[in-house]
Structures are given as structure tokens and as C-alpha cells.
Design a protein around this ligand. Structure first.
Ligand SMILES: O=C[C@H](O)[C@H](O)[C@H](O)COP(=O)(O)O
Length: 277
């Protein structure tokens, strides 16, 4: 089970026990949070940046880093670029998890490489779509799940950065998409099979669209499609579910990231919490 430690928002922040633990932490042994008497109201982006900045404190010069994808991971990449430009960090090599991240990192002059050339990564930092009490994750709503999973599986440590809207008591429980990357060939065949696999969870499967107003499918960096699974009830056994999804011919990867995160940094209105196993 995950444990928690807490960080100051500012030097004016005071520590107080949380009177009513969040559902998310109901099964953790310790449940405290920080509360600031003059707590600023932070936007979601400010929360993401707080978590990102905290995670970057773990980066040391000379590291090979997995660079995540998404709006929270983008703050991490920004901060790394900034620290490299001022000389506070040096000799960093980044392994990007998407073309988007590759472009952002290159624009900030972060030296980049690939898993082929750097098969062992010291630390990966990435966002998540859902985080459960065991630090298991749903990822891939930004479409980068395949490269993310490859890079993060090759990392000695994997820090997840998120705002507290990502906390769930069970994976699939947010009612939002759990992505599955499939080959384009006969995608409908696999969509129907995936929906059938989770029938008793009230699963609805939808092909992800490009989002440009057309009916064109979204195409991943790996030229595949994504089938998004929407659950009425959370997944009971993530490992069994992941195994069954992966066993389907034509499925490339799924968005369940189980047993991979070494810590999760969550920023909420009352501060930043570090959850570790
Ligand atoms: O494919 C996208 C990634 O898994 C992202 O890390 C995830 O969707 C979280 O993104 P965001 O930080 O934008 O919420």
C-alpha cells in the first residue's frame, strides 16, 4: 500500500491533519495533508507545475531521463530546459515518449536519444489520467501510451506527476477513457471484442477520432488507432484485465500501467503529497 509524505507549498504553509481523508487514501495507513492558513487558490495548471517542479528535484546531472507526454509532463520538460540553460543541470540525455515531447524538448535544447541507444533509463517522469491507491495508473488519453510504457518500463525509477483530479479509488472509475492501441487492420473487430470482454462492467468501446471535426480516426505516433473503453464500474483486477486485453491479436498496448510507478506526486489545493510504495 502506498504511503504519503507532504511538502510545503510555501514557507508560510502549516501542517495539519486532514479531518476527513479523501476516499483515495481511505486504505492508506497514514492520512494527513497540509493546509495553508492563507492558501492561495491555484489553477489546475499551477497545480500541475507544482507537481512537475517537485519531481524535477530528483533529477541529477548525468542522468538518462524518460520524458513523458501530456500537459503535466510538459511542465517537467520546460523546467528541465530551464535548468539546463542556466547550468544547474548538465549532461542530461532525454528519451521522449512522443513526437510532441520530442519537439518540445528539442526546442529547449535538451539533448535527446532513443531506447535503442540508451536501453537503461535512470528516471522517467510522466503524467497520468488515473491514479489508484496502489499507485497503479491509467495512461494514454493523450495517445502516447505505447512509447510511454516502453520508456517507463526501461526506467529504474518512474515518478508520476498529477493534480488531485486524477485520484480514483479503482482504475476505470473516473468514467473517462481507458485507451487501448490497436492496429488499423479490422479495428472494428477488436473494438467489439474489447467491449465484450468487459460487458459486466458496463463497458462502452469507442474509436478515438482525430478531433478536428471530421470522422477521421485519431492516428498514434506508431500509425495505430485507439479504442477508448468507458466503464460504468471500476476494473476489479487490473492485472487480469491487462492480460486479457494484451492476449487479443491486433492489440498493440493498453493504458493500464500496473506496478510501474515508484512514486506519485500529487498537487492539490492544500499542497503537494508524495506517495510511495
Ligand atoms: O498519452 C498521454 C499520457 O499518458 C499523459 O501522461 C496522460 O494522458 C496525462 O496527461 P495530462 O497531464 O495532460 O493530464
Amino acid at each position: 500500500m502506498a504511503s504519503l509524505s507532504f511538502l510545503h507549498l510555501s514557507s508560510a504553509t502549516r501542517f495539519t491533519p486532514r479531518a476527513t481523508p479523501l476516499n483515495h487514501r481511505a486504505r492508506t495507513q497514514k492520512s494527513f495533508s497540509i493546509r495553508s492558513q492563507s492558501a492561495p487558490v491555484l489553477s489546475q495548471d499551477e497545480l500541475k507545475k507544482l507537481a512537475a517542479d517537485k519531481a524535477v528535484e530528483s533529477v541529477k546531472s548525468g542522468m538518462v531521463l524518460g520524458l513523458g507526454t501530456g500537459s503535466t509532463a510538459a511542465f517537467v520538460v520546460d523546467k528541465l530546459g530551464q535548468l539546463l540553460s542556466t547550468g544547474q543541470l548538465s549532461n542530461i540525455v532525454g528519451i521522449p515518449t512522443s513526437k510532441r515531447t520530442q519537439e518540445q524538448a528539442a526546442s529547449l535544447n535538451i539533448p535527446l536519444s532513443t531506447l535503442d541507444l540508451h536501453p537503461h533509463i535512470d528516471l522517467a517522469i510522466d503524467g497520468a489520467d488515473e491514479v489508484d491507491p496502489n499507485l497503479d495508473l491509467v495512461k494514454g488519453r493523450g495517445g502516447a501510451l505505447l512509447r510511454e510504457k516502453m520508456v517507463e518500463a526501461a526506467s529504474s525509477s518512474f515518478i508520476v506527476v498529477a493534480d488531485d483530479s486524477k485520484l480514483v479509488s479503482g482504475l476505470g472509475g473516473s468514467g473517462l477513457a481507458m485507451p487501448v492501441e490497436v492496429v488499423q487492420f479490422c479495428w472494428k473487430y477488436n473494438l467489439v471484442r474489447l467491449e465484450g470482454l468487459f460487458k459486466e462492467l458496463g463497458c462502452e468501446a469507442k474509436l478515438r477520432l482525430a478531433g478536428d471535426g471530421s470522422e477521421k480516426p485519431y492516428v498514434t505516433d506508431n500509425m495505430n488507432y485507439i479504442v477508448d473503453l468507458y466503464f460504468k464500474n471500476p476494473i476489479k483486477d487490473g492485472f487480469a484485465a491487462g492480460k486479457e486485453i494484451s492476449a487479443m491479436e491486433g492489440v498493440v498496448e493498453h493504458g493500464l500501467f500496473l506496478g510501474m510507478a515508484t512514486s506519485v506526486i500529487i498537487a492539490g489545493k492544500t499542497g503537494v503529497e508524495v506517495m510511495t510504495k
